[in-house]
Design a protein around this ligand. Sequence first.
Ligand code: GLU
Length: 590
Amino acid sequence: MCGIYTYVGQKAAEKEVLAGLKRLLYRGYDSWGVAGLVDKRIQSVKEIGVLRQTKPLGFGLSHMALGHTRWATHGGVTQKNAHPHLSQDGSLALAHNGIVENFAVLKNDLIQQGETFVSETDSEVILRLIERALKNQHHWPTIFKQVYDEIRGRNTIVVLTRQGEIWAVRDGSPLVIGVGQNEIILSSDTMSLPSRIKKMIFVDNHQVVGVNAQGKLSIYSLDNDQKIKPKFEVLHRAKNVINKDGYQHYMLKEIYQSAKVVKQVRQMINQPQLDQAAKLVSHAQKVYVIGSGSAGVAAGQIAYYLRTIAQVDAVSLIGADASSYLNLFDSTTVIIAPSQSGETADVIEVLEQARAKGAQIITYVNMPGSMMTRLADVSLMAQAGPEICVMSTKVVLSQMAFGYLLASQIAQQSTKADRQLQLLATSLDKLLKQKKWLRQLKTMAHQLAYQNHIYLLGKGRSYSIIKEGMIKMIEGVYLHAHALPAGDLKHYVIAIVTQGTPVLALVSDLSMLRDVQSALSEVKARGAKTYGLSFTDELKADEHLRLPHLTQLTELLGLVALQLLSYYMALELGNNIDKPRNIAKSVTVK
Ligand code: GLU
């Protein structure tokens, strides 16, 4: 995934780049590095771990620097593998975001031809290829073209040269240009740009960007070397959104924004895009909802609402496993793609292939201007505000609430849906302030945090919700969690239920009570410790956490409760909550 941040301007570049990289940390934090142009030489500093540097890097007043924060894909987390990578003669520094899928073959060939490598990364293969191209060529769009003809996969590359130029090419992972007064910034996202930057350019796939020391910008097509006129856009941003507002972690702050997020979804009722999306879905013969990670479980819930409220035959797919459906996509297909970042590589690949087959695409994304929104026929924005914690919480809620609204719009029940969403927002507000309920939740978190395994049971409208609970417990608590439909438990999972095994069930409407209760009784009989999360005391469990009852959408209260439960479990263990081990937020690699 990685974050790339490059500064050219009159300010001290190292300070700008360090600050920018800190704002990109959600993209990966295995290691970091900055290369700066100092007296016509490139100097670099690279370290393992999260960027916490507060001291100067020693680049003095250098006005040009390139930084990178890494999420390792090829090669361990070592200083040598940290970016930027320097060319053998020290005349270039390279930062890379992506995966060179054929790197092993290329590296082998290069070694045969006498090349040597310092790191284990695929990125250094790109550097060797650039060095070779540079022997006969100095026009960067051509150099990049030669390199792209060799490498496979999606790769965004930024290079700093000793001649005082920045050259970049985008394919896959995002790249934006922030344009200020005598300064140009290249970054992986718009959110990281300083508030003084009011103008920006989205770099499209297969565009090459050059910036010289005077800040002169040029853009070319990678495919045909044609110059491209920059398309400036105004950068709209909410002020001071990136702070914890007194909460201990961003995750907690973002969970406490749940009611606000639901209110934002309600605003969509008046947007023409909702109606356009509803029309597309109702006329489609095949509807697939596709997402990855938490957005993958949100996709499950959206499909559930479409089936049960709007009688649409919708199926949810996980981005990384959708390929067997490709031959079913055609012009009668509609795909709905929820994503926080709008840059999820697994999903983008499916969307591109689906589009080529004539399918129509609806996206529901939180990050403006992202790749997915550009692939969409109808693009709806979550407008949930920046989500800084690497684990997604409020955006998952937003995605599910959107699914409910879309299904209701198709079923011509949007007035009723509006009321239900309003009730949900009010209940969330109240629930998250209830001291007694929070105490009970924390007690449950304390009991569960030290377990090695947990089984989560749900059914129907609560099935995708418990899967989201599972994801949060795995990524934030590092607990082996397993979510399954309550009725399936007896078919296999029961074999590993022994004395004290924790089993948590979510019941969000009466129709599922009997099945879930049976499953709980079956595991109880084998010594399990049972936990119930429900609006009714009729669910019998050793420990019970009560949820308010809503006519519809009680399950979304359960969603927030499970997110908060996971938060307190992670807190109990002292985990790095906003930046959990090994994961990154915007998964732009496959
Ligand atoms: N493949 C490169 C590395 O492992 C870049 C990783 C990325 O973009 O996530 O260093």
